[in-house]
Design a protein around this ligand. Structure first.
Ligand code: APR
Ligand code: ZN
Length: 268
């Protein structure tokens, strides 16, 4: 483990455009459950996963009911406003502030990277604290609408002030397309990166899991340097298929602060 952390620190220190891709494993040490880990939500409750696969259809069929459920029903990940960033999130924000990390591309909807101080964050699967027009992708804050009033008066769903389309949560549901601005920016960052850290993801959900593959192919075809380092509790298809150069098997909340400390030593 020590040698691999050193190796990762060297690669990041020499990098010109390092980015990090993250998943639910980043936030388990903050008390937010993951999905497919040993105590993940889908692992424990496969029914819940089947229900999640129907969310987008439910929104399209009956947006009013979708909103009533969002405003009155239980939240799958619990109270995201009540959890805090952990040392893993803070270490990534530190690496950005030091000019080493250029982007965080996250599958997490929990806003914890931003709360840790990361500025350049792409919410690839959306953000639970934001809203988006299902037609024109205009973004809104929850405070832009009086939901309790709309619930009482039965005037849900909220409508877009630009195009009149229906507003939904910014969260990208299964079977829903990644907003084009988000996928374009993520792809641009991925193929521009010379070092890609991949933290706390099982790397089985697409199109996100394609980013390291597309970047690797592009950089190889262009004879450009590219190093992929996974930090995860267990191996993933990226490890097995040698998309990543190596895996640091451990907890992101423990490994990332050590990595940041190694880099700090180098910069002194
Ligand atoms: N440190 C390192 N790895 C961890 C930690 C931790 N503290 N906790 C869990 N892990 C690992 C798990 O072992 C697992 O391999 O993180 C991975 C999390 O994988 P998933 O639960 O599949 O989460 P993710 O890859 O983000 O899922 C992708 O699927 O359900 C959808 O939209 C949802 O964005 C999500 C997407
Ligand atoms: Zn709109």
């Amino acid at each position: 483990m020590e040698g691999r952390i050193q190796g990762a620190a060297d690669a990041l220190f020499r990098s010109r455009f390092a980015i990090v891709l993250t998943g639910a494993g980043m936030s388990t040490e903050s008390g937010v459950p993951d999905f497919r880990g040993p105590s993940g939500i889908w692992t424990r409750d496969p029914e819940a996963e089947q229900k999640a696969y129907r969310s987008y259809d439910r929104f399209k069929k009956n947006p009013k009911e979708y909103w009533v459920e969002r405003l009155t029903g239980p939240s799958l990940l619990g109270d995201l406003a009540g959890v805090s960033p952990n040392p893993g999130h803070l270490a990534l924000a530190e690496l950005e502030a030091a000019g080493i990390l250029k982007w965080v591309i996250t599958q997490n909807i929990d806003n914890l990277h931003q709360r840790a101080g990361s500025k350049r964050v792409i919410d690839y699967h959306g953000n639970a604290f934001k809203l988006r027009c299902a037609s024109c992708s205009a973004r809104y804050e929850p405070t832009d609408f009086d939901f309790q009033e709309m619930l009482k008066k039965g005037t849900l769903p909220p409508l877009c002030r630009k195009c009149g389309g229906v507003i939904k949560s910014d969260i990208v549901h299964f079977n829903e397309s990644i907003p084009s601005d988000v996928s374009a920016l993520s792809l641009e960052a991925a193929v521009a990166s010379d070092v890609m850290l991949i933290c706390g993801t099982s790397a089985v959900v697409y199109p996100f899991a394609n980013l390291p593959r597309i970047a690797k192919r592009h950089r190889r075809e262009s004879s450009l340097p590219f190093t992929v380092i996974e930090i995860n509790a267990e191996p993933t298809p990226l490890t097995e298929q040698n998309i990543s150069d190596y895996l640091i098997q451990g907890k992101t909340g423990e490994v990332l602060p050590r990595l940041a400390a190694e880099l700090k030593k180098k910069s002194i």
